[in-house]
Design a protein around this ligand. Structure first.
Ligand code: 13P
Ligand code: SF4
Length: 316
């Protein structure tokens, strides 16, 4: 079927088509917590970037469908050279991942010869390939603490880098990248939310600006936020609204409030049910990483996974 034909079907029809393809093609759907609810509900596993990377190494499925943004599908492809990894929307990139190039990383490396390069997974395969180790928002502090160096070039999120710097004695060289969704949170959002929901704790993502992090009660990855949701009847959540939708769906008797209803990642919303069904039928769009790049990027990702093996895994 064509994409426009899928677009004319109901959610129920698309749901049963997706389930049928999943079975006949031995496919697994891995979805990020920011996906639209209809896609979240069809995913076999939902998770943060760390969990999705771990799941990609654990699955027996022959076809991995990554509902998220491109760097997540690339990570799955890097970790699974023998498998087909597809992404329903090729346009679903992460603008922050485009804020670092391999050439810029090499320039920084030459300027700081004793430093190691720790790259957030929100980077291209090419940047991972010139990095020493990767990290996610769930393990950034542990990875930086574990590397054998006192000086770290932290690529590309300056807010996450500043958060890590506040938790370690190591010298963190910050990069000028940011996430347009999290960088827009301000102290006024915290003040407003505390006024509207007095006494309710606030959790924010470490991609938020330091002034916001300073005012919050907890800082966590989206997987860490789901763990907090299991422990609290009410929570104000400073991240993309897809995660708040997941919390309210999975805990209908509790209340989770978005710190801002405007926190929407347009890139994460580029995946919808018609595109998911089309992707499964036609096994598109395949994510391939050139072998030389893949091998180097895999080293940085595997190092991260090894350093994270002691971390408690968020449920999926
Ligand atoms: P998590 O790994 O915390 O899910 O974050 C991914 C991301 O893109 C945040 O903007
Ligand atoms: Fe990238 Fe921000 Fe969207 Fe995450 S929320 S995928 S960091 S743009």
């Amino acid at each position: 079927m064509r994409l426009d034909e899928y677009a004319s079907l109901s959610v129920e029809e698309l749901g049963s088509i997706v389930k049928g393809f999943k079975k006949s093609k031995n496919a697994v759907i891995l979805g990020h917590n920011y996906q639209v609810p209809e896609v979240q509900m069809l995913a076999d596993h939902l998770g943060d970037s760390l969990r999705l990377a771990q799941l990609a190494t654990e699955t027996d499925a022959e076809l991995i469908v990554l509902c998220g943004v491109r760097f997540m599908a690339e990570s799955a492809a890097i970790l699974n050279p023998g498998k087909k990894v597809i992404i329903p929307s090729l346009e679903a990139g992460c603008p922050m991942a485009d804020m670092a190039t391999p050439g810029q990383v090499e320039v920084e490396r030459r300027a700081h010869p004793d430093a190691v390069v720790v790259s957030y997974v929100n980077t291209s395969a090419e940047v991972k390939a010139v990095s020493d180790v990767c990290c996610t928002s769930a393990n950034a502090v542990q990875v930086v603490e574990a590397v054998d160096a006192d000086e770290i070039i932290f690529v590309p999120d300056r807010n996450l880098g500043a958060y890590v710097a506040s938790k370690t004695n190591k010298r963190i060289i910050l990069w000028e990248g940011h996430c347009y969704v999290h960088d827009m949170f301000g102290p006024e959002d915290i003040e407003l939310a505390r006024g509207e929901h007095p006494g309710v704790p606030i959790v924010v993502h470490p991609e938020c600006p330091p002034v916001v992090i300073a005012e919050a009660d907890f800082v966590a990855s989206t997987g860490g936020m789901m763990k907090l949701a299991a422990e609290h009847d009410e929570l104000i959540v400073g991240t993309e609204i897809g995660l708040v939708e997941r919390m309210n769906r999975e805990y209908p008797d509790r209340n989770f409030y978005p710190l801002s209803a405007f926190a929407v990642c347009r890139n994460m919303k580029m995946t919808d049910l018609p595109r998911l069904a089309f992707a499964l039928e036609h096994e598109q769009h395949v994510i391939e990483v050139p072998e030389e790049t893949r091998v180097c990027a895999e080293r940085a990702l595997v190092r991260m996974l090894e350093m994270s093996s002691g971390l408690e895994r968020p449920s999926s």
